[in-house]
Design a protein. Structure first.
Length: 224
């Protein structure tokens, strides 16, 4: 896996490099946006890890220019907690995912695997976890032989869970991704939707797929 890391904070860049190299990734680090963009457009990478605030070209400009040139290199944005607008703009510009600093290296690795799998077109239009299947083109969802009817929000929530089986999504992440807004800790919106999903997805099945991680969030089990 050839990875390009464009991040000017040397500490983070070296933490990412070490973590990815330990997994056998090949890593190029650029501390400058102009140089990073030049690398991204001239060498074949499997994925780019892109900071937003950079000397030279900033992260969002790099992303925009890549997409303008029809370069579909998978991009994971590194954003600060406060950069909500930048994060949303990044996703709109065609970022494949984002991580909020600080993050665990395991989480970055899981995201890299997820976006590169998607980019490789491996069952790109069909997500499957155990006997639960979601077709992203026809928007049909089935569990075993049975069809499941979902609302648009329920579909989006289930899609996010199914894109990273085994990874815990926090309520904050779910809120930002499915509803596009800041998490209000007093709302139980996410929990209500999870309950609805459970009813439709798990109630009639022997193996329950949707798991609650107490105090953290939700995840869909990788194995039934
Ligand atoms: Ca920075």
């Amino acid at each position: 896996m050839k990875t390009l890391v464009i991040e000017d904070e040397k500490k983070i860049a070296s933490f990412v490099r070490k973590g990815l190299e330990a997994q056998g990734f090949v890593v190029d680090v650029s501390l400058n946006g102009d140089e990073g963009f030049a690398l991204a457009t001239s060498r074949p990478y499997d994925v780019a890890i892109l900071d937003i605030m950079l000397p030279g070209k900033d992260g969002l400009s790099i992303l925009r220019n890549l997409r303008d040139r029809k370069i579909s290199l998978p991009v994971i944005l590194l954003t600060a907690r406060s950069e909500l607008n930048e994060r949303l703009e990044g996703l709109n510009l065609g970022a494949d995912d984002y991580l909020t600093k600080p993050f665990h290296i395991e989480e970055l690795i899981a995201r890299i695997h997820a976006v590169t799998r998607r980019a490789a077109g491996v069952s790109q239009s069909i997500l499957a976890v155990a006997d639960l299947k979601m077709n992203l083109l026809t928007r049909k969802v089935t569990r075993g032989e049975g069809a499941i009817e979902l609302t648009a929000r329920e579909f989006s929530l289930l899609e996010h869970l199914m894109r990273s089986p085994g990874r815990v999504l926090t309520r904050v992440e779910i809120c930002e991704r499915v509803w596009d807004y800041n998490f209000d800790p007093d709302t139980n919106l996410v929990d209500v939707y999870i309950q609805r999903l459970r009813k439709k997805v798990d109630d009639d099945a022997q193996h329950k797929l949707i798991e609650t991680i107490r105090g953290v969030g939700y995840c869909i089990k990788a194995d039934a």
